[in-house]
Design a protein around this ligand. Structure first.
Ligand code: AMP
Ligand code: FE
Ligand code: FE
Ligand code: ZN
Length: 287
């Protein structure tokens, strides 16, 4: 397996991505991606909707959870098993996201920016997030861009921000492991901590069941990949990567954008990591 291109992190209309799961698959294929993981925030609806459909790439179902321990702490989970304790918790998290979005819409209304909550909720075919609110604000002309909506109103600590309900790392890791999922720390650069602090955190999380580190993420570009790659491997972690694609031209990457030398071996190692297998009806044919 030499001609391999991984993208193990992207979003669809099941959360805050702009394209449907099938559109994302089509775009990934066009970008040369051979192995794609759909990792919507608090939703499996995207990969679920593709079950049983033969696809021209290998699809790995996943999810991305935002955790409460630290700002920017997100955990990716990969696995083929359906209907696990993780799936039930994810459904609850998506449910709570609706209340949180409603609370943010109420705050914006009080700030003189009324929005139609039902319309916003209908945009999300799995879990609703701040980008849905931001896009509605742009549509109403309250802000010129999604970026500005975050900066001024709904970014962390801004006047219309609500944190919502989040799990802790101590809850999420065992939940993923008992559900047969491989937990991978998403975009470590977004934690904004030193190498030394990251190592200390990784030691604690490894103890609790963390299996991998997403080294090849656009946020790591400005720091370089070599040190993080070496740190992750030296600690025995799987190494993964992905674009975090949501839509073209936003503050995330383009599908297939992350390319690294050891991708084929890293995929093999991920695929070998015990729980990643079985009972997923889609048998993707290779290209
Ligand atoms: P939520 O999960 O609802 O808290 O929303 C977080 C999501 O908002 C992230 O996954 C990004 O897709 C998006 N996001 C975060 N910060 C920004 C920003 N400054 N500009 C645009 N989108 C952002
Ligand atoms: Fe997002
Ligand atoms: Fe994230
Ligand atoms: Zn993401």
């Amino acid at each position: 397996m030499t001609d391999i291109r991984l993208d193990l992190h992207c979003h669809t209309t099941a959360s805050d991505g702009v394209y449907s799961p099938l559109e994302v698959v089509e775009k990934a294929v066009q970008a040369g991606v051979t192995h794609l993981a759909i990792t919507d925030h608090d939703s499996f609806a995207g990969s679920d909707s593709l079950r049983g459909i033969p696809l021209p790439l290998t699809l790995l179902p996943g999810v991305e959870l935002s955790l409460r321990d630290m700002h920017g702490l997100h955990l990716l989970g990969y696995g083929y098993t359906a209907d696990t304790p993780l799936h039930r918790t994810v459904a609850e998290l998506a449910d709570k996201r609706r209340d949180r979005a409603k609370a943010m819409v109420d705050k914006l209304c009080a700030l003189g920016m009324p929005l139609d909550y039902e319309e916003i909720a209908a945009q999300a075919q799995g879990s609703v997030g701040r980008p849905h609110i931001a896009r509605a604000m742009v549509q109403r002309g309250y802000v010129p861009s999604v970026e500005k909506a975050f900066k001024k109103w709904i970014g962390n600590g801004r006047p219309a921000y609500c944190a919502g309900y989040q799990l802790s790392m101590a809850q999420a890791l065992p939940l993923m492991r008992e559900s047969g999922f491989v937990p991978v720390l998403a975009h470590p650069a977004e934690l904004g901590v030193s190498d030394q602090a990251l190592r200390a955190l990784l030691e604690v999380w490894r103890e609790r069941g963390l299996m991998g580190v997403e080294v090849y993420h656009p946020s790591q570009l400005r720091h370089g990949f070599a040190r993080l790659d070496a740190l992750a491997r030296s600690m025995g972690f799987l190494v993964t990567g992905g674009s975090d694609f949501h839509v073209e031209g936003d503050n995330h990457g383009a599908l297939g954008a992350m390319v690294w030398r050891s991708a084929a071996e890293d995929w093999e190692a991920l695929a070998r990591s015990s729980p990643l297998s079985f009972d997923y009806p889609t048998r993707a044919h290779s290209r």
